[in-house]
Ligand binder design. Structure first.
Ligand SMILES: Cc1cc2nc3c(=O)[nH]c(=O)nc-3n(C[C@H](O)[C@H](O)[C@H](O)COP(=O)(O)OP(=O)(O)OC[C@H]3O[C@@H](n4cnc5c(N)ncnc54)[C@H](O)[C@@H]3O)c2cc1C
Length: 447
């Protein structure tokens, strides 16, 4: 018994030490002139950022010019910015950017990885090819949930997630008459899409299964500010119902049937009802997952030292609370991509400071911003202030420190101030926060 305790305790301390080390230090270091094969999977925020950073390191000579990048993505299109999809509906902007054409990058778009073999350091593709890597980056993101109802494959039904979805939506907008659109979902994507369709002259109805918009993020009372702005802009709102059937004629949508038996005429149904993490390939490879996201350390390294991940598929540190959370913002994915690329290249990098879950949207002519989650709302001191100009502040404090907010119709300068206060975690009074602006120039907005 004595003997086992003698060896047991040092072993535990050693394991804790290794754990702390892997969270606080880059997992290992390589010579910069090593020739490496970097395989980057995903061409959205995090993938684009990794490619840009690795390309720049190779061009500068920081990483051997003989290194190769193999860029694989399920996307058919050249990389684009998902956050601009609404602009593409309204402004006819061409969102596709040119691929980062470099002689050291080989492109495999419209191609999926199907498995990772971390022992032999290679991946399998859906075209049967096997690709070897020295370092692998996973920017796999999420996949939108599908609606399994009769008629869902009818022409005129679309999700709202990719450039192809937007192309389908735009096709409908050009029917030659004002169209009737139904948007299903209570989240930011639905709000953004309803606003864009409304701007294009469509007659829009938003349908939510919940009693209010953004029901997973803000209180019903706060949601009324957004709902009123939406209704004022001409969009109708049908709450507490979901869609049970798409009604069609000659395989073209003519309406939708709701769970409360209402029938809405429609030429277009767009739905955005949530997403699931693309982590099953990582899971099957034996990488550590937490809450279905790929767990990464402060250097975006997974539980395998040769595999990195970033963006919406990962779970990592929240900058404010320090707890492990899902990443869900474009600019956060981009920042993570830079650190991942540098760490993959074996450079000494500053650790990732953590994600900041703060959502800013402009829709129906109004800007609103919120920072969640707020666990145990009753444990906060809540300050509410409504100004004469229609701006609304709801601030959550704990020990005189700002812990969260929902604000409606407030200037960008105030949003920056609030976000900075959230990150700084200094003691302050609500009045000083609302009435003054302690901005610094280097601070940029993250939407
Ligand atoms: C409509 C919409 C609007 C948004 N607006 C905002 C906003 O205003 N502000 C904001 O901060 N965030 C916004 N977001 C969220 C933001 O877009 C995401 O945080 C960001 O796109 C995450 O990037 P990512 O690199 O993790 O991957 P994703 O954007 O999820 O893309 C995943 C990539 O991986 C590829 N992939 C997946 N599986 C495979 C596979 N097996 N093999 C090969 N490739 C694969 C896909 O093809 C894709 O290229 C919005 C999201 C949507 C859908």
């Amino acid at each position: 018994m004595k003997l086992s305790i003698k060896y047991f305790l040092p072993t535990i301390f050693l394991l804790i030490g290794i754990g702390l080390y892997t969270r606080t230090k880059p997992p290992y270091s390589v010579q910069h002139n090593d020739i490496q094969t970097f395989v980057v999977v995903g061409s959205s925020a995090s993938g684009q950022s990794v490619i840009n950073e690795l390309s720049s390191l190779i061009k500068k000579g920081t990483v051997s010019s003989k290194s190769r990048i193999i860029w694989i993505s399920a996307d058919k299109n050249a990389p684009y910015k998902r956050t601009n999809l609404a602009d593409y509906i309204v402004d006819q902007k061409n969102l596709s950017r040119n691929k980062n054409q470099q002689s050291f990058i080989s492109y495999h778009f419209n191609t999926r990885i199907t498995s990772i073999n971390k022992n032999s350091k290679n991946i399998e593709l859906d075209n049967g090819q096997t690709v070897a890597y020295d370092k692998l980056f996973l920017g796999l993101g999420t996949t939108p949930l599908t609606l399994n109802i009769p008629g869902i494959n009818t022409k005129g039904v679309s999700q709202y997630f990719t450039l192809e979805d937007v192309a389908t939506i735009k096709e409908r907008l050009h029917l030659g008459r004002p169209i009737r659109a139904v948007v299903l979902g209570s989240g930011l994507c639905s709000i953004e899409c309803a606003d864009a369709l409304n701007k294009c002259g469509a007659s829009v109805t938003v349908v939510t299964k919940s009693n209010n918009l953004l029901n997973r993020k803000i209180s019903p009372q706060d949601a009324t500010y957004i709902e009123n702005a939406m209704i004022k802009s001409g969009v109708r709102y049908h709450r507490n119902a979901t869609i049970t059937q798409v009604i069609e004629k000659n395989n073209n949508i003519t309406g939708v049937l709701l769970s409360d038996k209402t029938e809405l005429p429609a030429d277009l149904l767009v739905y955005a009802i949530g997403a699931k993490f693309n982590s099953s390939i990582a899971k099957n490879a034996g990488l550590t997952l937490l809450n279905e996201g790929i767990l990464v350390n402060d250097y975006l390294c997974t539980s395998d030292p040769h595999i990195y991940a970033a963006g919406d598929c990962v779970v990592l540190k929240d900058r404010i609370t320090g707890s492990l959370v899902h990443s869900e913002k474009w600019n956060d994915a981009k920042d993570q991509g830079v650190i991942a690329a540098r760490a993959m290249a074996g450079l000494l990098v500053n650790p990732y400071e953590g994600t900041v879950i703060c959502s800013l949207t402009k829709a129906f002519g109004i800007r609103f911003v919120f920072s969640v989650p707020l666990n145990n709302p009753e444990s906060y001191d809540v300050v509410i202030r409504e100004e004469k100009d229609g701006s609304y502040y709801k601030l959550f404090f704990q020990d005189k420190k700002l812990k969260g907010f929902f604000c409606f119709n407030i200037p960008v300068t105030k949003i920056l101030t609030l976000r900075k206060a959230l990150i700084d975690q200094k003691e302050l009074t609500p009045d000083s926060l609302i009435d003054s602006s302690f901005l610094n120039d280097t601070f940029t907005i993250i939407t």
